[in-house]
Design a protein around this ligand. Sequence first.
Ligand code: PLP
Length: 390
Amino acid sequence: MLESARRGVATARSEVPPFIVMDVMAAAARLEAAGIHVIHMEVGQPAAPAPAPALAAARAALDRPVAYTEALGIPSLRSRIARHYGERYGVDVDPARVIVTTGSSAGFMLAFLALFEPGERVAIACPGYPPYRHILTALGCEPVLIETTAATRWALSAEALIAAHRARPLAGVLVASPANPTGTMMPADALGRLIGAAEDAGIRFISDEIYHGLDYAFAAATAARISARPVIINSFSKYFCMTGWRVGWMVVPEPLVRPIERLQQNFAISVPTLSQVAAEAAFDGRDEMEAVKHGYEENRRILVEGLPAAGLDHFLPADGAFYLYADVSGFTSDSHDFARRMLAEAHVAATPGIDFDPVNGAKFIRFCYAGSRADAQAAVERIRRWLKGP
Ligand SMILES: Cc1ncc(COP(=O)(O)O)c(C=O)c1O
């Protein structure tokens, strides 16, 4: 038992590890307070604001009473999200299966509570987004980290999933494509094989599709096109540039709608109303969002072409999202210390891989390229000078 639990201050299950990226942000803020210009590549969020139609809709909504909405979300937003599946992927989704959530973060809590009993085991890819394992742990479930390798383009394979299930049964698996921190993506056939293997083995499938829309190597495939049984989690945070609005969605099999509605009624009553109104209008800001995406593509090119000159010439395929996961083992065996020194000496903030991968993360650094083109260029130059000299 951990210290605060022992002292009776907090429960053992609340003893989840911190999100190290937040510590990097705090150290960067201290440098900035001392007048130093820091280039931020640590936090995974767009520098751009929400699209103009979203802002206009939110402003207009302020003139009306801002009341609770239905627990499952404003019906017109649920329908608009369902329509999005037809427009983007050519798949029919019944609006009744769409649930609006407080960011995808709340979607994970609702999905894990609705799908898994305490003690059940849920597979996630390693490296992966830290809150997956921390939320599962806090809810009494057991995250099972499955290492990914270059052989499967750093994605979870059907073979690895079934091997883990044979070793000890799994209740679920959660996959993201494009992924954080790696930026890698699963081709549609690999995703299809994984979903097929999971369903044949009775393993519940959760697809985190938060980085859809930010795909450069090939078009991201939705699990909704492969089967109606997976739980799909998505968000307005990334492609739609609405992190702080805290609004996302789930698409769930019909029998899960009512259980999740009951959970949401009790936990939150409803998702913030202004954010839902803005989210619905955000779909009309497609041109703006595509322009922002093209900016990321340009930043990605600057990093992919520029980092090798700094000696960082090993990184995972940067297929999508806005991350580049670079191997720094030629320089250090401690990525946390490397990130700390890069911030202090080159004034570039990035996140140590150890946040995402307790096994091999000490060899990797994650760069987020969701900022400006000038920042991407300046970051490459600062890192080159720091590692190679003037
Ligand atoms: C892979 C992944 N999933 C989910 C989230 C949570 O996002 P939000 O709660 O803003 O929708 C993030 C945030 O960085 C993420 O990287």
